[in-house]
Design a protein around this ligand. Sequence first.
Ligand SMILES: Cc1cc2nc3c(=O)[nH]c(=O)nc-3n(C[C@H](O)[C@H](O)[C@H](O)COP(=O)(O)O)c2cc1C
Length: 371
Amino acid sequence: MRPPKLFTPIELGGVTLPNRIVVSPMCQYSADDGSMTDWHTVHVGTFACSGAGLFVIEKTGVMREGRITHGCTGLYSDHNEAAMARVVQVYRGITKNPIGIQLGHAGRKASSHPPFAGGRPLGPEESSWRTVAPSPIPFGEGWHTPHELTRQEIGKLVDAYVAAALRAKRIGFDVLELHSAHGYLLHQFLSPLSNARRDLYGDDRMRFPLEVARAVRETWPRDRALGARINATDWVEGGWQPDDAVAYARELKRAGLDFVCVSSGATVPHAKIPVAPGYQVGFAERVKNETGINTRAVGMIADPDQAEDILASGKADMVAMARAFLDDPRWVWHAAERFGVIIDYPPQYARSRHDLWPGAQLARPRSVGRG
Ligand SMILES: Cc1cc2nc3c(=O)[nH]c(=O)nc-3n(C[C@H](O)[C@H](O)[C@H](O)COP(=O)(O)O)c2cc1C
């Protein structure tokens, strides 16, 4: 029998993922002035035990003002760097599997509450801050009107990405992912819904994201993987479209990036998104086929057979999951069981492997995720 594609290794740049299952970046809104806290140690520790081929740390602000909320992680201070290094050390003590970080800037979507506190913009009495964007167009009704970035400020932002990437390099991450999706700053430059500039950065909306990608590529070692999360579409007429995503992925590849993760939406609040299982996979397939870059599919992927089918049919090279992993951090173990694959568990937990239970074939408890 052919081994399941999910459990075959993949090479990204100089980094080998032992399997193609990725824990998608997930904001925890639990940092203190950008610095990781005990919550992150538990969260990252949980996924260090998961067996996932790659764990990607949440969107981390390259500047304090680039955080979405007061609780978002950052890499703009020595304290941020030291706190994150400690958490990464915990991860390394549990698994040899690679670990990545997503760097970003929230732009006009910064200065807001976390989703579990309503997600609305911060008020002046809530220590709100001035947001920035390519154009002074708010994200939606009631949102901050962002300051239109000057050319000089755009240059400083490129420097901030490089400075944060240098911190990530010192911490020792294997993989760095630029967040250029979901209506955050890089994507705000890409989308005509948020970029109405009449200068070089408006005539060529990819200009700033590609400047960032090239500058970070120069900083980030060649033997470590560099990628980006991109939007396939804004799901709004007149917005960013799949053709744009293909062209952008091609340019990212030319800039030396090793992979992209194809997501969509969140550019404007009123988009109508036809959410359904695997609803973004077709976009990943197009990007993969038309550019040849290593491509990760994400969005409403939850079942091991569904994930395997995406890879086995060549629609993507990796799958990322967020909510399925929050629901079941042992997803990889259960998928391995379903496909009869033996994977490494942390030795402390190895006795949970069902084939090792005495009389397991009869007495084995069943739970969601086990075939
Ligand atoms: C709690 C939570 C936090 C998230 N934070 C991020 C993030 O930091 N960066 C990002 O690109 N996407 C983020 N996302 C989106 C996920 O990475 C993923 O793309 C999305 O949830 C769809 O995948 P799923 O259907 O497997 O959950 C987050 C999602 C959740 C549920």
